[in-house]
Design a protein around this ligand. Sequence first.
Ligand code: FDA
Length: 309
Amino acid sequence: MSVLRSTFVAASRSPRLRSTAERSSILTPVVERFVAGTDVDAAIEVARDLAADRYVSLDHLGEATTDPHAAEATVEAYATLLHRLDAEGLTGRAEVSVKLSALGQALGDDGQKIARDNLLHICSTAADVGATVTVDMEDHTTTDSTLEIVRDVRADFPSTGTVLQASLRRTEADCHDLAGRGSRIRLCKGAYDEPVSVAYRTKAEVDASYVRCMRILMTGQGYPMVATHDPALVTVGEQLAIAAGRGRDAYEFQMLYGIRPTHQSELAAAGHKLRIYVPYGTEWYPYFMRRLGERPANIGFFLRSFTGR
Ligand code: FDA
């Protein structure tokens, strides 16, 4: 991971910068490139537009919650979102993505239980309206806890999916474990600044790991969700799916709202199943900082938004 990217990931964790940045209830154009808006209406509007030729996964932004009431408020926000998706007739095209740290995972010794119970509530509401839930993956210190919670919740809600990060050395083994019938695994590169003891640090190593993991998922029995904007990996993903005898409805590509939009349109127009991850909400700062750090050109874009040039 580059120094620049590490710096932005570190800044994404600063409570002081976060509270300053999130103070305004209006998103600046530079944030709006990556975040659908601050409220559920804005998220529904974007989802409705995208649903014309693709699928969506909506994320109510929030993470690293240190307050049980905030975790409960997150559960309520997802209930509101899911009922709105149902009312708008969008549940065939839309699901939700959830971060366990927003559901209380970090709340001390009880965090695991609190997050699991909160996730069960969300999955139950999702099941009532016919939508699925995918659990995001955060930094490597949470991987075991997240996979354990997802395993527990899948006993009642088997369609619950989760994310694996190709940058982690453990992920090939996790892919083998989780490629069974009925599983839904979103494979991404990984957005966190991880130590070399647990993670690959160069692009070449991460990309090679991504291909190995995709091959395991594509030849497995589950439903692979190939989450990357990397055109080379998208091509390899399609080749591996064909080699594994999968039709286009037996896997999907996924990308983030606002990133490589032309590539997104081309994939959808070519008939690929493509899902766009659409974040919304007032707690946009950590997500936005991770996106900024992923591409040096974003920094110029960000700075120009202040200078007006
Ligand atoms: P890579 O970073 O190599 O980028 C490939 C190309 O895409 C770049 O050359 C550039 O053109 C474009 N690009 C990528 N990022 C960009 C950006 N921010 N701005 C502008 N252009 C950009 N991570 C995680 O740790 N846990 C998770 O739960 C998830 N969830 C998730 C869901 C979905 C649907 C996606 C697509 C991604 C995630 N991620 C994630 C993020 C993921 O780990 C990774 O950080 C980003 O997707 C960037 O990696 P790429 O695979 O796109 O490759």
